[in-house]
Design a binder for this molecule. Structure first.
Ligand SMILES: Nc1ncnc2c1ncn2[C@@H]1O[C@H](COP(=O)(O)OP(=O)(O)OP(=O)(O)O)[C@@H](O)[C@H]1O
Ligand SMILES: [Mg+2]
Length: 289
């Protein structure tokens, strides 16, 4: 009997957490945190993790205190790209063993902090709502200790991605010029729009053969959004296809150390300045409420 009551209470509290997540998501991030930036993509393998790492580094080089959070638990790879062997990771937080601040570690070479994920673990998307809500609260709390917090999200637009994206002041949606990547970016915006998120989405075109080609790619996506969704997501920036990106990933060394004068480095630094402005605006808006 007691066991039954316990189960029913648990189910009830699960349901109310689930409803809160959906409600918060629908309000387009009513509780969005001004210095939290999410990095997302419709299709996988477009360069989210590499971009997140390089953006974190560029912002740290500007003197900002940065935390990079690996939110792609199923296929975590921030630590792999940086050649780190984390002793603690997000999995310890999700299992309730450690609090989020206990699993952050300082990445000396880049002068920013990271929260590592763990590849091969159950993905964040299968997390019970209550745990997801608790995690979100911890993320919100930890943001107050940093100038910028970046979350590298898993590809797609599942419940976890929607919730974390809603908490962010801006979601940088990465696409390439490949038709499948563009179609999936459009689907991300469309589904996000249905959940009330799209007003906070801006586009990054990655692996572009030139800046003008990148602009064309962005305009193709923009046109589809304007025509079918009545939305006009702004362009956050274009990153050129650069062989030095592969080279740095292979050597597990950040691009801004190995090839600081490369085209891709220059492009990410430009986006870092855009992100800085977005955060300043969001903070001002919050202060003037
Ligand atoms: N600007 C670029 N120039 C050249 N190659 C790039 C560029 N950006 C990304 N790449 C290539 O794309 C590959 C995939 O990058 P990454 O692992 O960061 O993608 P991802 O979106 O995080 O993938 P997943 O969805 O699997 O997490 C990298 O290994 C790199 O070789
Ligand atoms: Mg990745």
């Amino acid at each position: 009997m007691r066991e039954e009551r316990r189960r029913s209470q648990k189910a009830q509290s699960e349901r109310s957490s689930e409803m809160k997540i959906e409600r918060d998501t629908k309000t387009g991030g009513a509780d969005s945190v001004p210095n939290l930036i999410a990095i997302a993509s419709g299709k996988g393998g477009v360069g989210k993790t590499w971009f997140s790492v390089t953006l974190a580094h560029a912002l740290a080089n500007e003197g900002k205190k940065v935390l990079l959070f690996d939110g792609d638990l199923g296929l975590a790879n921030v630590d792999v790209q940086l050649g780190l062997m984390p002793k603690r990771d997000l999995n310890d937080v999700i299992r309730g063993r450690l609090s989020l601040d206990k699993v952050t570690q300082h990445y000396e070479e880049g002068n920013f902090d990271i929260v590592a994920g763990r590849s091969g673990q159950a993905s964040l998307s299968s997390l019970p709502s209550q745990r997801l809500s608790a995690l979100r609260e911890q993320i919100t709390d930890i943001c107050s200790q940093y100038d910028v917090v970046l979350i590298d999200l898993g590809a797609g637009v599942d419940r976890t991605v929607r919730m974390l994206s809603a908490s962010a002041t801006q979601t940088l949606l990465i696409t390439t010029d490949e038709p499948t990547s563009l179609t999936d970016a459009y689907a991300f915006i469309k589904l996000g729009n249905a959940a009330g998120l799209s007003k906070n989405v801006s586009v990054v075109v990655n692996q572009s053969s030139s800046v003008s080609e990148g602009e064309k790619t962005y305009k193709t996506l923009l046109k589809a959004c304007e025509n079918f969704l009545r939305l006009a997501p702004p362009l956050a920036g274009i990153i050129r296809l650069d062989p030095r990106v592969k080279d740095t990933i292979r050597h597990q060394t950040p691009l801004l150390i190995r090839s600081p004068n490369s085209e891709a480095a220059e492009d990410v630094e430009k986006i870092a300045r855009y992100v800085g402005k977005i955060i300043t605006q969001a903070k001002r808006k919050l202060a003037g409420r």
